[in-house]
Unconditional design. Structure first.
Length: 415
């Protein structure tokens, strides 16, 4: 019998986070094996609020509200919104290939997680959804309710779940989507306003105003991100130090698995021990050149992480980070691979974090090892963020002809 996971009573944000966690299991380089995902994700949320590794393109932030507005205008149930989202898949496939970030490109009508499920939390974060607490069914029912207008005692208006100035959907949407995934100038400008207003003191807002470049693999290698000031700069520095520091533990963990794998007599993943020894050597050079641990305030780091979500970091995770930093303060980076203290700390952490599912010294678990277990350094959703920002900045670069023809001047009085 196939196993499954369901959420009986979970918020949109909780469901998004769980899907993102499960999504990491499809990428052996990004899985979190040492129980530090809470810290990684809090830093990601602090730097880039509303983003997710499940997000593909920025225009979905408008596609979803347009579908829900149309559904509620017709007085239709939530199931009609799902049908419209599946129609959107067909329409987008007719104008774009699989490299366009089309959600459901392969699944088609069998798509389970439609775009509204994946983007709902972001819609609340950016104020596109006026009340972040509304679920999708409530949003459908709310939009069609007529209530007395606060402006005109005689007239009536529609109480909408969506921000009052949201750009209008193209004619015949979703059967027709002019431009496909490309934002118009007006749409991009509106998203800029929403993000800058909703999450103003964030790296995401900074990069809305100062476009990043495409060549960087982590945010601290991007000149625009590095130029940020205040809280975004402070959090970016913490994120870099956490990534650089804990990458050594991740690589040592994989080296220990590779050694255990070889000792158990398995041969499918040959050469992995030498691979991770080399990776650790390269890490030690980078780490020795870039880090000065007298400058990393761990108390401020954990306070910053806690402030993002209002939840204290798991005590075991905090203890492991502090202990690992202490090990690095007493051992040359180049000697980490052979350090008994470093090895013992990582072994103990895996056992406490994974219990019977630990791999080191466990032949049953080693037999299914794929050659890497969370060996990639933390990048805080940077490739996904670059795509979303790239869409927005490309839209801003478009001539504002569409805006001049359709925009209501009153819209620009709103932040």
């Amino acid at each position: 019998m196939a196993s499954s996971i369901s959420w009986l009573d979970a918020s949109a944000e909780e469901r998004r986070r769980m899907r993102e966690i499960l999504g990491h299991f499809t990428d052996k380089e990004s899985r979190e094996e040492l129980g530090l995902g809470q810290i990684r994700d809090a830093l990601s949320d602090g730097l880039f609020p509303g983003t997710s590794t499940l997000h593909t393109r920025a225009r979905y932030i408008l596609f979803v509200p347009w579908i829900y507005q149309q559904t509620s205008d017709r007085g239709a149930p939530l199931s009609q919104a799902r049908r419209a989202e599946l129609q959107l898949v067909k329409t987008l496939k007719s104008v774009g290939g699989r490299d366009q970030g089309i959600i459901g490109y392969e699944a088609g009508s069998t798509l389970k997680n439609v775009p509204s499920e994946l983007y709902w939390s972001a819609l609340g974060t950016y104020g596109v959804l006026r009340d972040p607490g509304l679920n999708r069914e409530q949003a459908v029912s709310l939009h069609g309710a007529a209530v007395p207008s606060d402006v005109d005692e005689v007239g009536h208006t529609k109480l909408s779940a969506w921000h009052a100035t949201i750009p209008a959907a193209p004619p015949e949407f979703p059967q027709s989507v002019p431009g496909g995934m490309s934002l118009t100038h007006h749409e991009a400008q509106w998203l800029c306003e929403r993000i800058n207003y909703s999450v103003p003191n964030s790296m995401l807002s900074h990069l809305i105003r100062h476009p990043p470049t495409r060549g960087s693999t982590v945010p601290w290698e991007d000149s625009a991100a590095v130029a940020a000031q205040g809280q975004p700069q402070r959090l970016l520095r913490h994120a870099q130090q956490f990534s650089d520091t804990m990458h050594g533990a991740q690589l040592l963990y994989n080296l220990l698995i590779a050694e255990s794998y070889n000792n158990a007599g398995f041969t499918n993943e040959e050469g992995r021990r030498e691979h991770f020894e080399e990776q650790l050597r390269q890490w030690s050079w980078r780490y020795a050149a870039s880090q000065g641990f007298g400058e990393w305030d761990l108390d401020d780091f954990f306070a910053s992480v806690t402030a993002v979500r209002g939840l204290r970091v798991n005590r075991g995770s905090e203890r492991f980070v502090r202990d690992w930093v202490e090990v690095l303060q007493g051992v040359e980076p180049a000697a980490v691979a052979t350090s008994a203290e470093a090895r013992g700390l990582v072994r103990k952490r895996e056992h406490r974090n994974k219990g019977v599912m630990a791999r080191i010294g466990n032949p049953k678990r080693l037999a299914s090892w794929g050659g890497s277990s969370g060996a990639g350094r933390y990048t805080y959703r940077w490739p996904y963020v670059l795509t979303i920002l790239g869409d927005i900045h490309a839209g801003l670069a478009e001539p504002p002809a569409y805006q001049a023809l359709t925009a209501d001047p009153a819209e620009h009085s709103h932040a």
